[in-house]
Unconditional design. Structure first.
Length: 190
C-alpha cells in the first residue's frame, strides 16, 4: 500500500474496483485545514478520465507494472485494432484503439512504451514518445512573409491526422508534433 505522498505522474492504482493511471496531480497545502492531493485519473480499462481528490496521508493501492518497448506494425483494416511487436523477443500483441492515447499520430515502425500489469501480463496502456516527426501531405500553400503572426491553418499529415500549423508550412515539410495534445512544435530540417 502506498500513500498520497507516493503519487506521481504515470503511477497505476486501483480505485473503485478499476485500474487508473495518474495523468496529473497537485499537492495542495491550504493555510487552513489538512493537506490533500488533487488528481486527474484515466481508466485503463475504458479510457474515461475523472478528477479525484485524496486527503493527505490516505492509503492507495498501487498496481505493479512493467514497461516494455514495442514497435508499431500496422492497424487492421477495420481501424479498431492495432498490432505491435516486442523489440526484445519479437512477440506480437494486438491492442484496441481506445487503449491508445493518440492513435492518429502513430506511424508504422514507431517505437512506443507499453505498460503491462506484472501479475498477469495484461497490457494496460501505451505511452507514445513525447513528440513525433511526420510529413505534411496536404495543406494550403504558404505565402512568403506569413511568419510574423500566430495565425494557424489545418494540415493533414502522413498518418491522416489533422494538425493546426503556422501559415508558412507547405506540403512535403516535416513537422514535430507534441503527442500529449496533438499540437505543432516546430518544422524539422533534414
Amino acid at each position: 500500500m502506498a500513500s498520497t505522498s507516493d503519487i506521481k505522474k504515470g503511477l497505476c492504482i486501483v480505485y473503485n474496483n478499476d485500474i487508473f493511471k495518474i495523468i496529473e496531480f497537485l499537492h495542495v497545502k491550504p493555510g487552513k485545514g489538512p493537506a490533500f492531493v488533487r488528481t486527474k485519473l484515466k481508466s485503463l480499462t475504458n479510457g474515461k478520465v475523472l478528477d479525484n481528490t485524496f486527503s493527505g496521508g490516505s492509503k492507495i493501492e498501487e498496481v505493479r507494472v512493467e514497461t516494455r518497448k514495442y514497435q508499431y506494425l500496422y492497424a487492421d483494416a477495420d481501424g479498431v485494432t492495432y498490432n505491435f511487436m516486442n523489440t526484445e523477443d519479437y512477440n506480437q500483441i494486438t491492442l484496441q484503439k481506445d487503449v491508445l492515447d493518440a492513435p492518429d499520430l502513430l506511424k508504422e515502425g514507431e517505437v512506443v512504451t507499453i505498460i503491462v500489469r506484472a501479475s498477469d501480463e495484461q497490457p494496460l496502456s501505451v505511452d507514445m514518445p513525447l513528440s513525433v516527426v511526420l510529413e505534411v501531405t496536404a495543406t494550403e500553400p504558404g505565402v512568403k512573409g506569413n511568419t510574423a503572426t500566430n495565425a494557424l491553418k489545418p494540415a493533414t499529415v502522413e498518418t491522416g491526422a489533422t494538425i493546426n500549423v503556422p501559415l508558412f508550412i507547405n506540403e512535403g515539410d516535416k513537422i514535430k508534433i507534441n503527442t500529449e495534445d496533438g499540437s505543432y512544435k516546430e518544422r524539422v530540417k533534414e
